[in-house]
Write a protein that binds this ligand. Structure first.
Ligand code: AMP
Ligand code: MG
Length: 491
């Protein structure tokens, strides 16, 4: 089994990580392999699914060329700083350069204790592993930057949670596992040289253009802010609620990372929260852009010592960092408005577009209209059929009144109805991993070792824009008795 691992992270100073191998498990069994992703990484899927491949994916065998390690990081969890977190249940196996020329981390998650485990057992359960697999692949299919899932392997061991649960290991593929919390880790120790080394590494890997700039650390900060602003717009426009937007779960590359109690909003409402540990709604749907700015402010703070070097004084560094952070809101708003326009079927930019979109969202909130399905059925309305979208509103007349304004705006553009509907169907997904469907799929896998429902749902969300016969149950929102109101971290 050839991996061609490279290990640039392992070449960083030793204080950046702990060298630690995965811990053996009793009876590895492949639950799912991402054949297409394997191919993109230049891996032989057949070999990966074979006995030696599965041993590697379970952590029972260290592949030739791999130098397993656990990364050190800190983080603000629910607003409170924790100076040392780190990979407590993950091993970076190494990096692979994909067919696209991009370097990817290959990480096992749930692969045993590390020096960063604190009181944890280093393990993950089948349910949360399959949840991350499903939701990350759904995000990728919708074109949203995210870590990917290469494989899920059952360990054949039970782990103790509130009840004993079957264990699993996820193979996660990421542009890198650098987090805002990685910067905070060195900054909190007054290790400015560590921050600089990390920033240089992050730049080389994710923002090579920034490295060429005259003020490269500012350019780096601008780069992270720009990518996260765009990412937040993308989350908001599919109703994604991350659930644990701690700074250790905020990536430097701009990918969605760490799928814990995440969920998709059904009925549109900005206050939507699912995570059972998010009691104050800090990470509610509508708060996400604000929280991301808060997290990026922690990154800017961590970067300050390096910025002072670059800008010559504390004042100048602060002014520069502040200016960079002030760029977040306008970039987020512009990205969101651009996406809203496409979702509403607009090809041009008009002054009243934001108000038009907000008006629809307000009506959706007041009428408990399903976010995803309303926008999808709006595509039919663009083609002249309003019946299905208006039925999603508690008071259908609320849609009709809005549709009058919408049609007036559409008429200002000269686009054929069919062309418009097709363009809208390419940006408004019909299949998202609806929470009750995810729950059903995970329960079948955990309770009955039946991966059928998981595969069916994965099949639906892997082609999210293409409505197909036989998949109707994945399109409709949960009935009241099916609703999943809370998700659990599931660590
Ligand atoms: P998370 O909430 O998954 O982002 O994890 C926060 C921190 O807790 C990270 O440092 C994880 O590595 C650590 N952690 C979570 N679950 C476990 C576990 N079962 N064993 C050891 N460490 C864990
Ligand atoms: Mg995490």
């Amino acid at each position: 089994m050839q991996f061609r691992f490279e290990n640039t992270y392992a070449r960083l100073p030793e204080r950046f990580f702990a060298r630690v191998n995965p811990t053996r498990v009793a009876a590895p069994r492949l639950l799912k392999l991402n054949v297409e992703l394997a191919r993109q990484l230049g891996l032989d899927a057949e070999q990966l699914a074979g006995p030696e491949g599965v041993e590697i994916l379970a952590g029972n065998r260290v592949a030739a060329g791999s130098e397993p390690l656990a990364e050190a990081y800190a983080g603000h969890q629910f607003g409170h700083f924790v100076p040392q977190l780190g990979d407590g249940r993950a091993n970076l196996l190494g990096e692979l350069v994909g067919r696209d020329g991009v370097r990817y981390d290959i990480q096992l998650k749930g692969s045993g204790p590390t020096p960063f485990s604190r009181r944890g057992d280093g393990r993950a359960a089948v349910g949360p592993v399959l949840r991350e697999y499903l939701v990350s692949e759904a995000m990728a299919a919708m074109g949203i930057p995210t870590t990917r899932s290469l494989a899920a392997v059952a360990t054949g061991e039970e782990i103790m949670r509130e009840v004993p649960l079957p264990g699993a290991v996820l193979t996660r593929v990421a542009a890198s596992h650098l987090r805002v919390g990685t910067f905070e880790y060195f900054a909190a120790q007054g290790d400015a040289h560590g921050v600089q080394t990390l920033a240089d590494y992050a730049m080389a890997r994710h923002y090579p253009e920034a490295a060429q700039a005259e003020r490269k650390y500012r350019a780096f900060l601008d780069g992270v802010i720009a990518r996260q602003a765009r990412l937040m717009a993308q989350w908001m426009m599919v109703g994604f609620v991350h659930g644990v937007m701690n700074t250790d779960n905020t990536s430097i590359s701009g990918e969605t990372i760490d799928y814990g109690p995440c969920a998709f909003m059904e009925a549109y409402h900005p206050a939507t929260v699912f995570s059972s540990i998010d009691r104050n709604g800090r990470y509610a749907y509508g708060n996400q852009p604000r929280i991301m700015l808060w997290n990026l402010t922690r990154l800017a703070e961590a970067m300050l010592p390096v910025m002072v070097e670059e800008w010559g004084s504390q004042e100048a560094a602060l002014a520069s960092a502040t200016e960079a952070l002030q760029g977040f809101a306008p970039q987020f708003e512009a990205a969101q408005l651009a996406l809203l326009r496409r979702k509403l079927g607009l090809f041009t930019a008009g002054d009243g577009d934001l108000a038009l979109a907000q008006n629809l969202l307000e009506r959706m909130a007041a009428n408990e209209a399903d976010f995803t399905l309303t926008l999808r059925r709006l595509c039919d309305a663009a083609a002249g059929d309003d019946a299905r979208v208006r039925a999603l509103f508690a008071a259908p007349a609320a849609f009709d009144a809005w549709a009058v304004q919408w049609r007036a705006r559409l008429d200002s553009e000269h686009v054929a109805a069919g062309e418009r509907a097709a363009a809208m169907r390419a940006v408004n997904p019909v299949y998202i991993p609806r929470n009750h469907m995810v729950e059903t799929a995970l329960n079948a896998a955990v309770m009955r070792e039946d991966l059928g429902p998981f595969e069916e749902l994965l099949g639906a969300v892997s082609r999210p824009y293409e409505e197909r016969a036989g998949l109707e149950r994945f399109v409709v929102p949960a009935r009241p008795e099916e609703r999943v109101l809370a998700t659990f971290c599931g660590t």
